[in-house]
Design a protein around this ligand. Structure first.
Ligand SMILES: Nc1ncnc2c1ncn2[C@@H]1O[C@H](COP(=O)(O)OP(=O)(O)OP(=O)(O)O)[C@@H](O)[C@H]1O
Ligand SMILES: [Mg+2]
Length: 270
């Protein structure tokens, strides 16, 4: 389905992504991990064509999307929706209008100017919000919602495009452990129930291990690991993060696991 070959991004002399290659045969949930500056965001941005590749290629279902321009590029971008750490909603606009923004690329300029949406799109937006457990937030301004709710609105906006791939750049990095879990559960369900591919940059090992079928580790722009969560041992993780013998997994933990242990403990009868 997806084939990334020798993808490289140069900023001056520096290679932010250095000849990255991987392919995905069938929709999977994939985590990309690595320390700050490893090239994770640059890789996702090239895939979504927010940023042009310096070298290499990206092919999806047989179509080379590396150099698409104009209308074709926008069509590709709606097939691979992007979600960001900072949600990127319009804060003062209501939730349902934010979600309807996901249909922008298939609407006329005039309809967009006057905020005209077909009733079927509005119904669909509400249904998606309902599926994510936040339908009752629909009339509120986006800025009035919690971070976890805002990220779910961003996911709803992405789903409005009916994408084949969801690219998520650190979707839980600004959230507390409980909201992080809600958002990761939502992404996992979207993968499992809809069969969409989800590729997620994650800061933390435990989240990648827990939610992803496959983990790609990046270091200095290169892919240095590509395997199952089971293969991602502490030794491998130390190598990806370029850490010394004092490497501690706890330092890369979101504490989702800790939260789970706590709630399990609470369930034990006294
Ligand atoms: N627009 C840019 N101009 C110049 N250098 C850039 C640009 N964007 C990224 N870089 C550099 O490319 C490298 C990779 O950056 P990138 O943002 O992809 O890393 P990352 O793995 O996403 O890091 P983080 O975990 O902090 O988000 C870094 O050294 C960064 O400074
Ligand atoms: Mg990044």
């Amino acid at each position: 389905m997806l084939d990334v070959q020798s993808l490289t991004k140069r900023f001056g002399d520096k290679k932010a992504v250095d000849s990255a290659s991987f392919s995905v045969e069938k929709p999977a949930m994939i985590g990309i991990i690595g320390r700050s500056g490893a090239g994770k965001s640059t890789l996702l941005r090239m895939m979504n064509r927010l940023s042009d590749a310096s070298e290499g290629s990206i092919t999806f279902d047989g179509q080379d999307v590396t150099h698409l321009r104009g209308k074709d590029r926008r069509a590709w971008q709606s097939r691979c929706a992007m979600i960001f750490q900072q949600f990127n909603l319009v804060p003062r606009m209501d939730v349902v209008s934010n979600v309807l923004h996901g249909t922008l690329n298939r609407r006329s300029t005039l309809a967009t100017m006057f905020n005209l949406y077909p009733a079927s799109d509005i119904h669909q937006a509400i249904n998606i919000l309902d599926r994510l457990g936040i339908a009752e937030q629909a009339p509120k301004r986006a800025e009035a919602l919690s971070g976890g709710q805002q990220q779910r609105v961003a996911i709803a906006r992405a789903l409005m495009q009916d994408p084949d791939i969801i690219l998520a750049d650190e979707p839980i990095a600004s959230l507390d452990p409980m909201n992080a879990q809600i958002v990761m559960d939502a992404l996992r369900r979207i993968h499992e129930e809809d069969g969409r591919m989800v590729i997620c940059n994650l800061h933390t090992l435990d989240t990648a291990r827990r939610y992803c079928d496959r983990v790609i580790g990046m270091r200095d722009g290169r892919i240095v690991f590509d395997g199952s969560p089971e293969q991602l041992t502490t030794g491998v993780a130390r190598d990806i993060y370029g850490a010394g013998a004092d490497f501690s997994e706890a330092a890369t933990s979101t504490a989702i696991e800790t939260l789970d242990r706590q709630s399990n403990a609470q369930r034990v009868p006294a």
